[in-house]
Design a protein. Structure first.
Length: 474
């Protein structure tokens, strides 16, 4: 193509797009977006995708249940993750995505690599992600510039893997050799977009570039062929399957069902150990639900619900990591409603480690020893650095916490932690609005019937008995 012909083509494209925009002008494009969390638990779980790209242009919802059962009638954008190889997209899910496209919806698939299950969606339509790194600085194509109405579209990113596409696709972002990183095609009345994950940023806090300047207009364009009704509900969908395990409701979907059964068994094994270690049942109203997440990346706890990554630590190959995680997340439900100052996270993991020790897992002692050793690099005798200081190193806080728990058990055991947890339940009555480290030392003192302020002070903790209203003795 000559330079003049290229300019002419570009001009025609601009003219036709400008015409379409003029017609669509009276009502601004409204987007009802669903971010799928069911195939892969990502940091988009909290509505972040919508806030980053579409705030002010419509509504957001997320899908935690089987994709095949999702009602997409009043949705015009579906955002899918590449997924995990342990959880392929089911045939029924692929049909749901195709039907949504046929009816005018836009689907955005973010992925990197040949093994990503999300390729199953793309392969049906002549594209796939490759394992070839983009390598050079990517740039925008004329097509993208026309779609987003800008001549100079700056592409900022952590380059990802290139796509392989057939002739139906248009490259929107390519490497220097013209090979696509982001491409789109029409499917039925709708639009399918495939992109390297890196173009959308990789940090939860968007501290690396997320390219919102041109992705927002691109998404507004892609969703034009399906209008949605602002007055009708477009709400998030929860994991649809449940199983009752005594007082606990296990939550999962068809794809995570096989993992749910295994995790439920581990939880039932862990729970009585937590009761034995803490000497109490979980706090009232806590730990009613256990959600199985499609990820190896961890879990979370809201107290009432704990969520566990189905293949955390490469479970089931490595069982200890799962026991420790369940102990940790469940452990938060024993600690609440008054979180531990300073060591709320360390004490949760310490509970998980203690369960591992009781189950005879060698990794438990190794984990404990490793963390204490790392802390000793900062404070060899644990008598110099105030772990409560704002600039205390994370390794010091964690390892010193473990050391303190072990020492309290050695000096005031057996069952020192159980004495502490029972006393904490007794002393902290409803209505109390804070729990400070001075309060904590007082509760410990009361639990073991000895003033522990001098001992904590000897370990360089800045604590004072006059700053607490918890009586040190019974
Ligand atoms: Zn935690």
């Amino acid at each position: 193509m000559t330079a003049r012909a290229a300019v002419l083509v570009a001009t025609l494209l601009v003219a036709s797009t400008a015409g379409a925009q003029a017609e669509a002008k009276p009502t601004p494009q409204r987007v009802h977006c669903v971010c799928d969390i069911s195939q892969e638990f990502t940091f988009y779980m909290d509505g972040r995708f919508f806030r980053q790209y579409l705030e002010g242009h419509g509504e957001d919802a997320r899908n935690w249940g089987s994709l095949a059962e999702l009602d997409l009638a009043n949705t015009n954008l579906l955002v899918l993750a590449g997924g995990d190889r342990r959880l392929p997209y089911s045939d029924a899910s692929l049909r749901t995505v195709d039907a949504f496209l046929a009816g005018g919806g836009a689907v955005l698939v973010l992925l990197d690599g040949k093994d990503s299950p999300g390729n199953a969606i793309l392969r049906r339509h002549g594209a796939a992600s490759t394992d070839v790194d983009a390598g050079t600085k990517p740039h925008s194509t004329k097509t993208l510039q026309v779609l987003v109405g800008a001549n100079n579209v700056a592409i900022e990113n952590r380059p990802g893997n290139l796509l392989e596409v057939d002739l139906e696709w248009s490259g929107l972002v390519t490497d220097q050799g013209g090979r696509p990183l982001l491409a789109q095609r029409a499917v039925g009345k709708g639009r399918l977009l495939a992109s390297s994950r890196g173009l959308f940023g990789s940090n939860p806090d968007a501290s690396d570039p997320i390219n919102a300047a041109w992705i927002t207009p691109l998404l507004l364009h892609a969703t034009q062929s399906k209008s949605v009704d602002a007055k009708r509900a477009h709400s998030s969908t929860w994991a649809e399957d449940t199983q009752q395990l005594g007082p606990l409701t296990l939550e999962y979907h068809d794809g995570t069902a096989p993992f749910a059964a295994a995790i439920a068994k581990e939880y039932e094994l862990v729970r009585p150990h937590l009761v034995a270690i803490t000497g109490v049942e979980p706090a009232a109203g806590m730990i009613k639900k256990l959600l199985v997440l499609p990820t190896g990346g961890g879990g979370f706890s809201s107290g009432e619900r704990i969520a566990i990554g189905a293949w955390w630590g490469d479970y089931p190959s490595n069982r200890y990591a799962m026991i420790e995680l369940i102990g940790h997340e469940a452990g938060h439900s024993w600690v609440l409603p008054y979180p531990e100052p300073l060591w709320n996270e360390p004490i949760a993991t310490y509970l998980g480690i203690q369960v591992g020790l009781r189950l005879g897992m060698k990794e438990a002692q190794e984990t404990l020893d490793r963390q204490i050793k790392q802390a000793r690099r900062h404070d060899p005798k644990f008598d110099r650095q105030n772990a409560l200081a704002d600039d205390a190193h994370r390794d010091l806080v964690w390892g010193k916490s473990y050391f303190v728990f072990d020492e309290l058990e050695r000096r005031h055991g057996p069952g020192a932690l159980a004495k502490y947890f029972r006393t904490k339940r007794e002393v902290l009555q409803p209505g109390r609005d804070s729990y400070s480290f001075d309060d904590l030392v007082a509760v410990w003192s009361r639990a073991v019937d000895k003033d522990l302020f001098p001992w904590f002070q000897s370990l360089a903790f800045d604590v004072k008995p006059e700053r607490t209203n918890v009586p040190l003795t019974r």
